[in-house]
Design a protein around this ligand. Sequence first.
Ligand code: RIB
Length: 279
Amino acid sequence: MTVSVGVVGSANVDLVVRVAALPRRGQTVLGGDVERRSGGKGANQAVAAAAAGADVVLFARLGDDESGRWLARQLTARGVALGGLGASALPTGVALITVEEGGENTIVVAPGANAELDLRGIDLGAFDVVVAQLEVGDDALRQAMAARRLVLNVAPARPVPPEVLAAAAVVVANETEAETLDLAALSSAVVTRGAAGAVHYRHGREVARAVPPAVAVVDTVGAGDVFCATYAVRRAAGDDDAAALRYAVTAGALATRARGAQGAVPTTEEVNAWLARAS
Ligand code: RIB
């Protein structure tokens, strides 16, 4: 069965510079050449869900500019359908990213058109699962509550309307984001811990845990997006808590092996081959 996924989220042009070490506050450092890459948490999740075999529609707002047209071409080439929301008068979102040797990063996002995302007239209830993140406005998040099953990735950390949190079937957070949540108040929450893996809680009680394979990390940008999207797809496909978590931590780890948020998104075949080797 092919899972249908609606992604409600951001699409950004990622401008990436690699540095030996991330600058400290007030420090200037020299880096490598600027790389332009397709990014944005919504777009990254859409690409990852498509690579995991889902039929994917991305509801994102792009600007009426060269960056927006370039992003649309990149996403279409990766098997992602665009939700046809029309171009915004605001510029396409941009993320300024520095990546240090070893893969750690810092990111600053200028949301631009993403802030104008509006899903009026869209039937989100038609999708098996809808995935949303927090680089869009609260109105779009409230509209995402119309999903049959909402997977809410609370990234980047910021206050979320309580009714949106309550409507989510699963909330996905990294350790820092999780500090802002009351896990016991959520029916289902998955917390990612980088190389230490991920833990699934129901009403604050641990129900599953998975550890990723060891890989040579080049770039961790977007690894959390791959985790979130593949987790959503595998749950919608019928995997149980443990199997979906194992798949997602493996996919997230494999995504760190090349540059760019969408540069190493693994296919189902790749993930399954790693899982088979591990078992
Ligand atoms: O999660 C990684 C993403 O965060 C980047 O692609 C960047 O665009 C920001 O949205």
